[in-house]
Write a protein that binds this ligand. Structure first.
Ligand code: MSP
Length: 529
């Protein structure tokens, strides 16, 4: 794996409907990881996109009375629109209906075929169109409904399909999980996969008859390639440079192996079992890690159209702004576990952390710097700060601590660590009461205090910047540091982690700006009054 490159993916989202909060969640997380890696000096490729083939999409388009491609174009655009609103800086948007993707799928199919891993047989079983997956009888509710889609009946299928010899890779996979315990994370998901594989792997069908919305099987065009076989390869197609010829060799030449696949727990089997087996068969190196996150609920209940309690990400971001939404999901939900959205809690968390703790800290400190230091950073360097200064002590280790948390995708803990410094800074001001020291003519001590606090706000803003890039930019601006955390090309040179991630870099005597509230307190939704 290339040490200076980091490629990561979100799932390629189905275009049966406009984006929901689940897709927004993974994509926000992916963007945070990408931004974090860029701060570390890595060259990053963030891949997202849409999964546009298969029966589910074909039916949706039919029901709407629009040609499938037109339907896909419309929905793919709504995904791209939401990513822009959420300030997602993706590098590639992979669409599985792209002509260059067909070339990659064909070539890959051929490789697996040449390996002798594809054969024709009869497929009989219950199919869930919403999952695009065959289900075992024991997985069904009342023998008719899929557990993940309890309002959709499974359908009986009995047809000739091409099969992939998954069973042949049982040992390879077991060896993979053992040799690379990090391949599937978190641990609970890893165990789930281990248990599933232990039961014995069965070959799975990779073609469909009587379905035309997909790529034809190269060796027999009466068949269409199964949507999952096609979709997983969308990650590979995304790696192609925009103007390079669509061959596997080109696609794999620069960014493969992908470091991290971020997915939800419902599609774990495809990514942690089928995908590595397909790659081994095609003689391709395996990706770094598959991380299966939890599911979101609303007010403690499963979200769904039939329940009428969906959470529209577009509405949410229009109402509260990108940083607020990003912060809530990253801070309040432990990544990997199921999590809940509740608007009262949402408002409470943002007001407490961003408006009160962080916003007030900046505001009051800039106010004091104006009164006591002519709106300048005190004429000090970190080495002149007393060695028992508590903020300096905590600040010195914070970058490394937070780096560990980000690197292990523990975003909630990263936020907590940063907020600790923020809260401590507020407490420190209260205790030190620089206004009293100023009155007593103790200017040197006032300057020590203000420097320590200003620097702590700066460090907190820097370390939170992958999550709240707009707010961090505003804070930096007010501290007189004209750095734009959304400008990726400049950022790596202007504010690398190995400099800005350390406590004590605020330049002495730097001019500060007028304090402006960075985050206006949110109101509770009406019905809560
Ligand atoms: N098209 C496939 C992925 C192919 S990847 C090569 C797919 N698409 S999806 O649109 O149905 O799901 C996308 C993601 O949304 C999945 O990771 C799924 O786990 C996630 N979520 C769907 N509902 C969710 C919640 N309620 N909460 C969190 N994530 C959820 O599957």
């Amino acid at each position: 794996m290339n040490k200076h490159k980091f490629a990561l993916t979100t799932p390629l989202y189905y275009v049966n409907d406009v984006p929901h909060i689940g897709s927004a969640y993974t994509t926000m997380v992916a963007d945070v990881v990408a931004r974090w890696q860029r701060l570390q000096g890595q060259e990053v490729l963030l891949i997202t996109g849409t999964d546009e083939h298969g029966q589910k999409i074909q039916r949706t388009a039919e029901e709407l009375g629009v040609p499938p491609q037109e339907h896909c174009d419309r929905i793919a655009a709504s995904f791209a629109g939401l990513w822009e609103k959420l300030n997602i800086q993706y590098d590639r948007f992979s669409r599985t209906t792209a002509p260059r993707h067909e070339a990659i799928v064909k070539e890959f199919f051929q490789r697996v075929w040449d390996r002798g891993d594809i054969y024709l047989d009869r497929q009989k079983g219950w199919y869930c169109v919403a999952c695009e997956e065959f289900k075992e009888k024991r997985e069904l509710i009342d023998q008719t409904y899929c557990q993940l889609h309890p309002n959709k009946q499974v359908e009986w299928r009995d047809e000739e399909n091409y099969f992939f010899r998954l069973s042949k890779y049982q040992q390879d996979l077991e060896q993979l999980y053992q040799e690379r315990p990090d391949f599937i994370q978190p641990e609970s998901r890893r165990n789930e996969v281990l248990n599933f594989v232990k039961q014995g792997l069965q070959d799975f069908s990779i073609s469909r008859l009587n379905l035309n919305w997909g790529f034809p099987v190269p060796t027999n065009p009466k068949h269409t390639i199964y949507v999952w076989f096609d979709a997983l390869l969308g990650y590979v197609t995304a790696l192609l440079e925009p103007d390079s010829e669509p061959t596997l060799e080109n696609a794999l030449s620069q960014w493969w192996p992908i470091n991290l696949h971020l997915i939800g727990k419902d599609i774990l089997r495809f990514h942690a079992v089928y995908w590595p087996a397909m790659l081994i068969s095609a003689g391709i190196e395996l990706p770094g890690q598959v991380f299966g996150h939890g599911f979101l609920t609303k007010d403690g209940q499963k979200m769904g159209k039939s329940l009428g309690n969906t959470l529209d990400p577009v509405e949410l971001v229009n109402k509260y702004g990108a940083d607020a939404v990003r912060y809530y999901f990253l801070k309040e939900i432990e990544f990997g576990r199921d999590g809940d959205f509740n608007e009262t809690r949402f408002v409470g968390v943002l007001n407490a952390d961003l408006a009160n703790d962080l916003g007030n800290l900046l505001n009051r400190t800039l106010g004091m710097a104006k009164k006591y230091c002519q709106s300048k950073v005190p004429e000090l360097t970190a080495s002149e700060i007393s060695s028992d200064n508590i903020l300096q002590k905590i600040g010195n280790d914070l970058g490394e601590i937070v780096a560990k948390e980000y690197n292990s995708l523990r975003f909630s803990q990263a936020c907590e660590e940063i907020l600790k410094l923020v809260r401590l800074s507020n407490k420190y001001i209260d205790e030190q009461a620089p206004w009293r020291l100023y009155k007593q003519g103790n200017q040197a001590e006032v300057e020590q205090i203000l420097y320590a606090v200003l620097e702590s706000v700066r460090l907190a803003a820097y370390l939170l910047s992958p999550i709240i890039p707009n707010l961090s930019t505003d804070i930096y601006q007010q501290l007189g540091l004209g750095i734009d955390f959304n400008n990726q090309t400049l950022l790596q040179h202007q504010a690398p982690f190995n400099h800005h991630g350390k406590w004590g870099i605020l330049p002495a005597s730097q001019a500060l700006e007028q304090a402006q509230p960075i985050f206006t307190k949110l109101e509770l939704p009406d019905e809560e009054y």
